[in-house]
Design a protein around this ligand. Structure first.
Ligand SMILES: C[S@@+](CC[C@H](N)C(=O)[O-])C[C@H]1O[C@@H](n2cnc3c(N)ncnc32)[C@H](O)[C@@H]1O
Length: 256
């Protein structure tokens, strides 16, 4: 199995047939949430130009199809994780129930549900529910010997004790949606990927649950955030993305 490589294709097929069993230390997965095609459109949105509805072909399945898909890819992830390996799965209220059920069925141990509080969340256009301003990252482990670099996380926690001393990292992370220089844009200046994750989120996850030289894999790579941060932090990296356009974006990002 080659390390430091991007694969173009379906992650279930690649995790099952091309990645060695028990060869990966850490997986970050940001799967389709199955929220596209719900009829919500917001034409003429003028709120800064960085908020886009997710409306993608890869994000449209029936409920039974979605559960089956979740079983397949988390099953593939279980196969390639080493004993003591960690998986972090990005979720919203749309898909967290399926993800939790499958993790439990596969005998993963769930360690935390991290809440990402989006400090610049998109306003709610229906005005019929509370404004959604959170996403979740479920952290689960295979076996009992997982890595948790507790002291490093304390050092990177922006919150401090009243006397200025270091504070334990909590499970609520306040981070903005990616904007400014970090956001990858096309020639038309629009964000290229609708769900680009903040680099700071990946930095915390990778530093928490892997060490230098470990292998970090992302089965739904998108714009390449995970492999980009993993490389910077001295980890080996593997990314899988099935859409050619996004694959190219990730490939270019790895050259930076
Ligand atoms: C939620 S996005 C990930 C965004 C990524 N975290 C980032 O920071 O850019 C999910 C990505 O998974 C890809 N995808 C969907 N189904 C896939 C599959 N079966 N195998 C590989 N990639 C897939 C989509 O094309 C999309 O780019």
């Amino acid at each position: 199995m080659k390390k430091n490589q991007l694969y173009l294709g379906d992650c279930v097929e690649i995790m099952t047939n091309q990645i060695e069993k028990e060869s990966v230390n850490l997986i970050f997965a940001d799967p389709p949430y199955n929220l596209s095609g719900n009829g919500l459109h917001w034409k003429g949105n003028k709120t800064g130009g960085d908020w886009y509805m997710v409306n993608e072909e890869w994000d449209r399945m029936s409920a039974p199809e979605y559960l089956q898909f979740t079983r397949k890819w988390i099953g593939g992830a279980y196969r390639i994780l080493k004993d003591g390996g960690s998986i972090y799965i990005s979720c919203t209220y749309h898909n967290i129930s399926e993800v939790m059920i499958v993790l439990k069925q596969l005998d993963f141990k769930i360690n935390n549900i991290i809440t990402w509080q989006k400090t610049n969340a998109m306003p709610n256009m229906t005005r019929r529910v509370f404004t959604h301003s959170t996403e979740f990252v479920v952290w689960a482990v295979k076996g009992k010997k997982w890595i948790f670099n507790y002291e490093d996380l304390k050092k990177m926690n922006p919150d401090k004790q009243k006397d200025g001393s270091l504070k334990q990292m909590r499970d609520v992370w306040q981070l903005p949606l990616v904007q400014g220089k970090e956001r990858i844009r096309g020639k038309d200046n629009r964000a290229i990927h609708p769900t680009q994750k903040p680099e700071e989120m990946l930095r915390r996850i990778i530093l928490a649950s892997s060490n230098k030289g470990d292998v970090v894999l992302d089965p739904f790579l998108g714009s390449g955030t995970t492999t980009f941060v993993a490389k910077k932090l001295g980890r080996h990296w593997i990314g899988i993305e099935k859409d050619k356009k996004y694959f190219k974006v990730a490939e270019n990002r790895m050259k930076l």
